[in-house]
Design a protein around this ligand. Structure first.
Ligand SMILES: *Cc1c(COP(=O)(O)O)cnc(C)c1O
Length: 396
């Protein structure tokens, strides 16, 4: 039965059957299909207030440090992150790369990071390309942490001329590839202690730091207090069209500014980017809790299905706006994602709804689901019912 259904699933069929159009900041099908796009929180679009702020932003040349809106954003971000200074960068990848270039000045340097970290997996080896820095990975545990003893074992001796020098430890909070996991304050403290004992720098990839703060119910600075530098992305759950911030000491930011210029990230009237980021700091952090609640509701709908050969969710791992469906091998992540895109006649009849759900085949055994500002409670309801229906169908 499952194989029979899967044969009908092809990308071309999907494209042929659903013409998508852009309306009210969301994708809708030209036919009656409603599209719920759970692939990523980067799909969020700027709110009307952000658009307004962009339009009205007072700007200047930021490379001359004369953009008042950028200056204001950087002050606000430094304060919220509990650091001396902050810097606007176009992307969080650049925030990470610029930070590591500064921390690993000179030659023969290495950082320690997770094997599933964004820095190691998704940044095109930028630190190697542009900084000559080697990344040495420690296996990420399912909870997003690296075992402290394993990190310790990877720290290089200073006096062996055969080996590079370990300069920094990098963590990610929340952890994307581990399914939006939150690293605890206690773990952050342990890594701080280890870094200090070995005279290493602690960099935090906090692309989703605000989600971590929301989940831990603490101000962001309570998390970033443990690290020397922190990057944060505004183009994800916070809904800005682009923009990231890196924060740290005055001296570090002065050098990060130089690294940003070298990487091509010195921008001119960047106030149009900073203005919606200020809106985000003022009023978008509070709504992340909604995303977390909605992710949990979808996860619970899957969990409700109990033992089945298609997929399961580890509920203790559903902590923020990202979670992973763990597939049991009957269907592949691509096949499940493709089926979620389709609407069959039987399904329409059984559920009385026509919903196309987009999800991200994430690894050989997982599908990633991400909630964000474009996802409403009624979307969550449609997707939950559809997932339950599809699991039952593919289990048959
Ligand atoms: C998205 C992401 C980045 C990079 O952000 P961009 O702005 O897309 O370059 C870095 N780290 C993590 C954990 C991310 O999820």
């Amino acid at each position: 039965m499952a194989q029979h259904i899967l044969r009908g699933l092809s990308a071309t069929n999907f494209l042929r059957n659903s013409k998508l159009c852009w309306k009210n900041s969301c994708w809708f099908s030209a036919s009656a299909t409603h599209v719920v796009d759970l692939r990523s929180d980067t799909l969020t679009t700027p709110t009307p207030k952000m658009r307004e702020a962009m339009k009205n932003a007072v700007v200047g040349d930021d490379v001359y440090r004369e953009d008042p809106t950028v200056n204001r954003l950087e002050e606000m971000a430094a304060s919220i992150l509990g650091k001396e200074a902050a810097l606007l960068v176009p992307t969080c990848s650049m925030a990470n790369t610029a930070s590591i270039l500064v921390h690993c000045d000179g030659r023969f340097n290495e950082i320690i990071c997770g094997d599933q970290s964004h820095i190691h997996v998704y940044e095109v080896a930028a630190i190697a390309q542009f900084g000559g820095v080697q990344s040495r990975f420690v296996k990420n545990q399912p909870d997003g942490t690296m075992d402290i003893n394993q990190i310790k074992e990877k720290i290089r001796p200073l006096d062996d001329e055969h080996q590079p020098w370990t300069r920094a430890i990098c963590l990610e909070n929340t952890h994307n590839r581990c399914g939006g996991k939150v690293l605890s304050l206690d773990y952050m403290q342990q890594v701080r202690n280890l870094s200090s004992q070995h005279n290493l720098i602690f960099h935090l990839d906090g692309a989703r730091l605000f989600n971590a703060a929301t989940a831990l119910k603490v101000p962001p600075a309570e998390i970033s207090q443990y690290c020397d530098s922190v990057s944060t992305a505004f183009s994800k759950g916070l809904c800005c069209p682009l923009g990231s911030v890196v924060a740290g000491s005055q001296d570090f930011i002065a050098m990060a500014r130089r690294a940003r210029k070298a990487l091509g990230g010195g921008m001119r009237q960047a106030g149009v980017i900073a203005a919606p980021m200020i809106v985000a700091l003022e009023e978008m952090m509070g709504r992340l809790e909604e995303d977390h609640r909605r992710a949990r509701t979808i996860a619970e709908a899957v969990n409700y299905m109990g033992d089945n050969p298609v997929c399961k969710v580890t509920m203790s791992g559903v902590q923020t706006n990202i979670f992973l469906l763990e597939l049991d091998g009957v269907v592949s992540p691509e096949q499940l994602s493709l089926r979620m895109k389709q609407v069959t006649a039987q399904e329409k009849k059984a559920l009385g709804q026509v919903c196309t759900a987009l999800m991200f085949p994430f690894s050989s055994r997982t599908v990633r689901i991400v909630t964000h500002n474009n996802i409403t409670d009624s979307d969550v309801d449609l997707v939950s019912k559809k997932l339950q229906y599809v699991i039952e169908e593919l289990s048959a």
